[in-house]
Design a protein around this ligand. Structure first.
Ligand code: UDX
Length: 440
């Protein structure tokens, strides 16, 4: 099938490459010529395991190509995926200007039946706005070409996006017209595996499903974080509590890890947007307000511990920091707890030596020419002359660190573990003063 994907960001590129990989002819459109140039030259503007390989393979096979030509893109795919950004407005609602612009371009140039697929995370009711924008453009040129608007939210996790697309738990499709339903069924048939993963529903329910999923996951995390803080005061261990409750299938094991707060491009933005949608429709989503507030507090928990250990004034103190990305396997630092932690340390007069396997370039872009922040080529090199080690992201390479180096190179062996990576008893047995999250 010929497929157009509009937007070569994270979601667009992963979707385009995976759809090409199962045999479709995919054309990816972006209005940013610099991005398209990088892609045409074989580069990938984002860090995602496996993405480079799958893009290269499909470009070489002639199934995946890139363009800035909106007319060509509108005339290419019978399915037109809109996967452009929806940055939050100042009030927290998703800004739809790129989505609507993409819809207008389709309406301006399409010359045959099109299924327009909303892939971007968009508020409930957006499909109606997309439909209206396309219809308006068609009407301007007196066209009666038919089209359908479908909602097909993505559930990709950064760092595991290819796997998530190729082997999905479920594929949610909100579609009401039979022709569109049939096309979506065909398009996703190669991803079905051993049982039906396709969940068809009305468009609004599909739009809400995406927000519901992320809001539920964020709620679990904030719940565990609040409980962790309580456990600490009570002398209980949140890790044991997690094991104790996770075995109940109604609760399950996933997304129960307490830490120094959630970040990334989805949870913070989607929780805010859902609260906003609620208030626009007269519903005060109190629980989600609390989820968000608890997460803001949690991003400060590590610094609170540092202050309790070293005092409010950290002038002259220096900290080793491991992990800048909001989670492992990505260079994404959007809403990353590391940003809050670094700023809070600066505010109190400290300096930081940071290491991250892939996000240091991104940190340089964010922090610019910041003399209080230095970067090291290896985790160990951050330790020299530091007052303590602060772990913010649970990269695999931190799981088994060189404890001798931590003890000998830090000024004194103190560790703040924002991701509960280690067994406190083992670390303490090494002679390291250990502070985890909710570890009794
Ligand atoms: C998330 C959803 O998982 C995905 O389905 C959706 O499409 C986009 O949003 P992502 O933001 O890539 O994906 O990362 P995810 O792995 O879900 O982690 C989000 C944040 O929660 C990270 O900051 C992570 O550190 C934190 N987290 C996750 C916890 O603090 N505890 C947990 O138990 C799990």
């Amino acid at each position: 099938m010929k497929v157009t994907v509009i937007g070569t960001g994270y979601v667009g590129l992963v979707s385009g490459a995976c759809l090409a990989d199962v045999g479709n002819d995919v054309l990816c459109l972006d209005v940013d010529p610099a991005k398209i140039k990088i892609l045409e030259e074989g580069g990938i503007p984002i860090h995602e395991p496996g993405l480079h390989e799958i893009v290269r393979r499909n470009v070489e096979a002639g199934r995946l190509s890139f363009t800035t030509d909106v007319e060509k893109a509108a005339k290419w795919g019978v399915t037109q995926f809109i996967a452009v950004g929806t940055p939050p407005d100042e009030d927290g609602s998703a800004d739809l200007k790129y989505v609507i612009a993409a819809a207008r371009n389709i309406g301006k140039h399409m010359d045959a039946y099109r299924v327009i697929v909303d892939k971007s995370t968009v508020p409930v009711g957006t499909a109606d706005k997309v439909r209206a924008a396309v219809a308006e453009e068609l009407a301007k040129r007196g066209s009666t070409t038919e089209f359908s608007v479908v909602s097909n939210p993505e559930f990709l996790k950064e760092g595991a996006a290819i796997e998530d697309f190729m082997r999905p738990d479920r594929i949610v499709v909100g579609a009401e017209d039979p022709q569109a339903i049939e096309l979506m069924r065909q398009l996703y048939a190669p991803f079905q595996r051993n049982h039906d993963r396709l969940v068809f529903m009305d468009v609004r329910s599909a739009e809400l499903t995406k927000y519901a999923a992320n809001a539920m996951l964020a709620t679990r995390i904030s719940f565990m974080n609040e409980l962790a803080n309580l456990a600490e005061t009570l002398g209980a261990d949140i890790e044991l509590v997690r094991q104790g409750i996770g075995s109940d299938p109604r609760i399950g094991w996933h997304f129960l890890y307490a830490g120094c707060g959630y970040g990334g491009s989805c949870f913070p933005k989607d929780v805010k947007a859902l609260i906003r949608t609620g208030s626009e429709h007269g519903h005060d989503l109190k629980l989600l307000g609390a989820v968000e507030a608890a997460n803001e507090i949690q991003k400060h928990v590590l610094v609170d511990k540092i202050v309790r250990r070293f005092g409010e004034d950290l002038t002259g103190r220096h900290f080793a920091l491991w992990g800048l990305a909001f989670k492992p396997n990505t260079d994404d630092m959007r809403d990353a707890p590391s940003r809050v932690i670094i700023q809070e340390l600066f505010k109190r007069g400290a300096t930081v030596a940071a290491y991250d396997p892939v996000a240091m370039q991104e940190a340089e872009r964010i922090f610019g020419d910041e003399p209080r922040l230095s970067y090291a080529g290896r985790p160990k090199s951050t330790l020299d002359n530091a007052d303590a080690l602060v772990i913010v992201t649970e990269w695999k390479e931190f799981r088994s660190p060189d404890f001798e180096a931590i003890k000998s190179r830090l000024k004194q062996p103190v560790m703040f573990d924002g991701r509960n990576m280690y067994d406190p008893a083992l670390i303490r047995a090494e002679g390291i003063e250990y502070f985890g999250i909710g570890r009794g």
